[in-house]
Design a protein around this ligand. Sequence first.
Ligand code: HEM
Length: 384
Amino acid sequence: MYLLSFFSLGKKMQDKEIRNRLQESERKLGSSMPFDEAKERVTQLEKEVTSLDSVMDLQDILRRFSFDNICKFSFGVDPGCLQPSLPVSPFAAAFDTASKLSAERAMTSSPITWKIKRLLNIGSEKKLKQAIKIINNLAEELINKRRKIGFSTRKDLLSRFMSSVENDNKYLRDIIVSFLLAGRDTVAAALTGFFFLLSKNPSVEVLIREELDRILDNPVQECASFEQLQRMHYLTAAIYESMRLFPPVQFDSKFAQEDDVLPDGTFVPMGTRVTYHPYAMGRMERVWGSDCLKFKPERWLHDGVFVPEDPFKYPVFQAGVRICLGKELAVVEMKSLVATLIRQFDIRVVGSDTEPRFAPGLTATMRGGLSVRVYERSGRWNDP
Ligand code: HEM
């Protein structure tokens, strides 16, 4: 419910069709288009980072990176947000507004206020409606353009869906918008938390670099292949560990459609809002032990091999039948970016002794961004 509800996708997401399509795209990651494109974007990001020599907001850059990435993956269109010199696209801006206003809605103690505003079409509800309209219109425009130029030979998600659901524009629009919502800020938030923790834990960075040097070719292999990424167990562990401490979706609510009983016997009357809280759960001693606040990728490794936790213990991607459909894709995207960047650069957070504070939103957003300095690593290939 955290972000999909405004685009009425809910039930449709259970469709086998959608799961199949996404799995198909994930499989292709291994060999063809989307992975190559992600690699291309990482190289582009690398160029942006090199060209900025003063303090920069890494959170902003990562949000631009993941928006371009998910648009290319979903629509086959590159909005070009990654060049910080360009203004934020109307699409991205409308997404930000809709996301912020939806989160504010969820935080109100009673829904009566926003419902009245919605009825009268005033204030924040008017703005939310306008933002959703912009998003829907732009998505429809893209679908119509694609229909004109043809989609049968293209491999992006929209084209794959269009070949089976040709004329239902609303269905296509809802699927695509949901993927953009689900895949954009989550990945950026996860990467922002990761770089924050890495800057505070240089010993983890050393171990990631050792693994990269073992797996990647020397001298400079710019981007890892899919097979190489699969062999990076320590990096996978570090990414999962960072999302334990800084989950992109910090909490998420459901409403009971009928009377229910939780596994511990708690009775839940129909209509009750039930919230699970990955941020709190990730920091509970009872769940993760006395070192629960420590950033320790080793807790995910058994004899050097990454072993995932039970999703009900680690609900960062939710758990059960409605578990995140893009989780493998997200982790591959993150590993690819991290592997490229930290091999080339030292990314140091400015003022990393303070704990980050978060702004209200559907996904974790650090208040004021994440200020970093980026240093190019020279002579690394000669290191002993
Ligand atoms: C680190 C990145 C990500 C995190 C932490 C994450 C987390 C989540 C969570 C918590 C949910 C459950 C939402 C709910 O039902 O209330 C979810 C659902 C979903 N996610 Fe992700 N997600 C990530 C990346 C992605 C990406 C990259 C995509 C798409 C390419 C994606 C696609 C989806 C979809 C389609 C659903 C709906 C599944 C359903 O309702 O059956 N996610 N995700």
